[in-house]
Design a protein. Sequence first.
Length: 768
Amino acid sequence: MTNIPASDSQYRLDAESLDLLGGTNVVPLRIPTNNRDAALHWAERGHRVLFLRDWGDGDGRKPFEGWQRGATTSAEVINGWWDKYPDAIPALLCDNKVVLDVDVKHGNDGIATLRGKGFGDLAALSPSRTRTKSGGYHLFFEGPDDRVKNWVGEVGPGLDTRCNSGGLVIAPYATIEGKQYVPEGAPLGSVALPRFPDELVPEDKQDYPSVEAQEADEEQREWAADHLRKLASNLAATPLGERHGTLNAAALWAGGAGAHKALTQEQAMDALLAACRKWPEPFDERKERGKIERAWRDGLKKPVMLPGMHDHTDVFEDQGEPEQREEKPDLDCDTWELLGGPDVEPKGKQDPRVVLNDHHAVVSLGGKTAIMTIEGDRVAFGNPADLKLRYQNRRHGKRTLAEAWLEWSGRQEYPGGVVFRPDGRAPVAAYNLWRGWAIEPKESASCHLFLDHLRNVICNGHRGHYEWILCWMAHMVQRPAEKPRSAIVLRGEKGAGKDIVASYLSRLMHESAYLNTADQESVWGHFNGAIANKLFIHLEEAFFHGDHGADSRVKNLITANKQTINEKHAPVYSVESFHRLWITSNEFRPVNATSGERRYFISEVSDEQKGNSAYFDALVREMNGDGPSALMHLLMHYDLTGWHHQPPATEALLDTIAEGLRGVQAWMADCIEAEGIVAADRALLWRGEPIETDRLRDAFEGWASKPGNRYRTQQTSEKAFGKQIAPFLAKRRFKEGPRDDREWYYLLKSPEDCRKVLDSIISKGNQA
């Protein structure tokens, strides 16, 4: 908005101001040059005027006795005042407006306080403002407003409010000690004033105006959901000592919106409990849930005003004239200023730049700047050119809407970049990609079909494995910001029920936190932006044990603390990694598990329910009902005492390790199975007698030359062969024969003892 200096002879309106005025013709107005003219100026426009002066009683400037009744629009009375008291300072009665007094004095910085509350752009907060002589502001809002009282410092340091007949404000254009109160933005009375923000009403003072319950329309429901998100965001950041009042006020408001069917109790419970979970200190969720339920019920009895609703009762009915109200001011004269204008029905027009803030933000990524687009709980990144192209056909004043938003000081921006913190502890000025859990726990619900399936099908009835995997799931819910450093791998036939467990688990979280894909490239390919905001990744039909590059990347995803994210058309950046991997496959050896493996819980899924449509139909009905809420409750309270993230050595894990043996170990496994020393085209007898070293090595190389064994073979020198065969020897390399013709020999252990050695190698570091 353009400032209006006192030296100008008329208001000068730019395109933005004309847009706010709706394109109406505005008659040029003379700017008052002295206090008498300022008083007459506002009286002519319907504002009740009074004055302040120093009465010589040591109290400084103050209004005359009976000022509420004496405030007037009469030019004759006003001229009489200034004839008698030429030092008088004009003020306005706050009977149809609310004024936010932003002080910058006496050690307070109200502008900084507003910035800390998320209102860094005063022009976006109110279109009509006045710059005070101390460098502060008076911001004007719609009145009367029963939520707002005459508060001194209760909104925050350096912030006071003036409203109704109990408040007055220094008139714009008034001059005190040679300094004029200069208006900024749209002239008062030329635009509809905005409602005083709910976020600035002290939580313990909130008393939302009540109206008769009405049926909310789609736009009002969307507004209510957005406002609930703002209340939840404020609750998440509330200090420890103020949380009870903040939570109660938010739930009370939500109940008032619920009376219009603009919100459901589940919506309110989800949003407010998710905010509570972002508190750094532990809390009793059952107690907070009870608070929300009680406040919600109370709110249902007090429907709140939503945009576009009208209360057909007179808010001043049976209260007498405004000057008879009992509320008295408690303010110094420097805090008062003109506000308002004639009563104007709000047009409901919103600055389109504010609307863009709901969908876009300027964000720092990898040391560069990008445009973040927010659609629901999903985000995408692009550049300014993308944004300009998208809004090329929409204008704001003389510029395109995108250009106006990019140049606007009130645009949403995150100089701290983007983070993924499922505990809610995001750094200041950073955007947290984690959007919270999607459902609330329900103790009375049941997920018994899921638990039966997990135990009897997924874990084949093995109680220890069942309890371990439940702990793995509970760890995700209770400690989402701790990486388990282990992954679930389920192998089995198609239709056995491997994937439904992941689908069931995914219901606990928002869609943005869950990735289900059979395209492995989207997870560890060149463009891996899909995993940036994921907590739970389900890889279907996975098979990468022969792909060493994919194998190393999946292991990195399981254990690494950070992941580098490469999005198309966006700078490369990194996020903390709290990923959980759930891998399902029809392959016998889907992952490259090796001796000492500590990353994979591998289970052979039972096929006992394969083809049982009644069984799976019932499980799906539970999943689509309250089953996930029951599971959430179970996992939130599941005892993790003594649980270790290293998976147990399941039979399937040991089979997978055995299948992955290489070189001499793989050859010895075949020898044990054949009960002979396998060579290229036959097996030598295993007699428990010494065998020439060259002959034994020739047998190994013959086995390795077979086409089917090439992928199981390693380049093995004579020295390496001796080292790898050593665990299977009863006697290491020795010489036998005549003194002048002695040869080197090995003596193998028996097949039974060699099997024990091999089992030891396979299970090394893995405990059942």
